[in-house]
Write a protein of this length. Structure first.
Length: 288
């Protein structure tokens, strides 16, 4: 997911588009989860005194744009899926996150809520989003980090290994949190920050977890996925192995929350190397 070139495609983008097209008719069934994720992301705006006037909603599935508009922000949306773009809740265009059609400095806020984790060239997509921002514009993004659906990944791997002696990728690879701020910095963002927000989900019926993933457009789109019909016993065995508490199966969404600013002359900058007036040794000596 980090820095994939055109010759190395981790994700099948045609499958991503198909899944999102299909999910446009079912995504309201997981509205609570997606709306919660969007609200948690936009809460970061409450701590910022700067007033934003023109925002781009990337892949918000109809849950982000209305929240931005409720804050009085003129909002435009884009989505890889035509069907999903049609339900964005704002003026929208169909656009691939890897080839955005927007000119330079068109927005002062870009929000990508759970929209960038199926992108092959994530640094390239972030560079394009940064270029679409005006100086001192803000990127707010969330994407699943390593640890998301770890329970499901482990259960599927172990069950498939027991049934067939091997395992194919059935859950998307996710980045480590420590890599996310570096990705922002690599893309040219100033003051990059990455922190984590966890959402715990409990299911009385473990099959509902798989239905929710499909309803949200999050079916497996890994390019090297096994396209054969899986063994009939695979999913019952894996779901039976999920951790449970109080009769409910537990899974975790571990969201990396990314914030980065388009560079501007007014932003604070680190002092030049070697410009310090005292050394750490001097400080420690004084502290004795």
């Amino acid at each position: 997911m980090s820095g994939m070139s055109g010759a190395s495609q981790v994700f099948d983008r045609r499958a991503v588009r198909r899944h999102r097209d299909r999910a446009a008719a079912t995504v309201d069934g997981v509205a609570d989860i997606l709306a919660d994720a969007a609200e948690r992301l936009l809460e970061r705006l409450d701590d910022i005194s700067l007033r934003f006037t023109r925002a781009l909603d990337v892949g918000g599935r109809g849950f982000v744009a209305p929240l931005l508009q409720a804050r009085g922000i003129e909002t435009f949306s884009c989505d890889l899926s035509p069907a999903m773009a049609a339900r964005a809740g704002a003026p929208a265009v169909v656009a691939d996150e890897e080839f955005l059609p927007f000119g330079a400095e068109k927005f002062d806020l870009v929000v990508a809520s759970l929209a960038l984790h199926w992108v092959n060239d994530l640094p390239g997509a972030l560079i394009q989003l940064r270029m679409a921002l005006r100086p001192d514009g803000l990127l707010l993004a969330s994407l699943p980090a390593l640890g998301t659906l770890a329970e499901l990944r482990t259960a599927l791997t172990q069950a498939e290994a027991a049934l067939s002696g091997g395992a194919s990728p059935r859950v998307s690879p996710f980045p480590e949190l420590r890599d996310c701020a570096a990705l922002l910095q690599r893309a040219g963002f100033a003051l990059p920050v990455a922190d984590v927000d966890e959402i715990s989900l409990a299911y009385a019926d473990p099959l509902a977890l798989l239905r929710d993933l499909r309803a949200a457009g999050e079916s497996n789109a890994v390019a090297l996925r096994d396209r054969r019909i899986p063994p009939r016993a695979l999913f019952p065995a894996a779901l039976a192995a999920l951790p449970s508490h109080g009769g409910r199966n537990l899974v975790t969404l571990r969201l990396a929350i990314l914030t980065g600013w388009a560079p501007a002359p007014s932003q604070p900058r680190p002092l030049p190397r070697g410009s310090a007036q005292s050394s750490l040794a001097d400080f420690l000596e004084r502290d004795r």
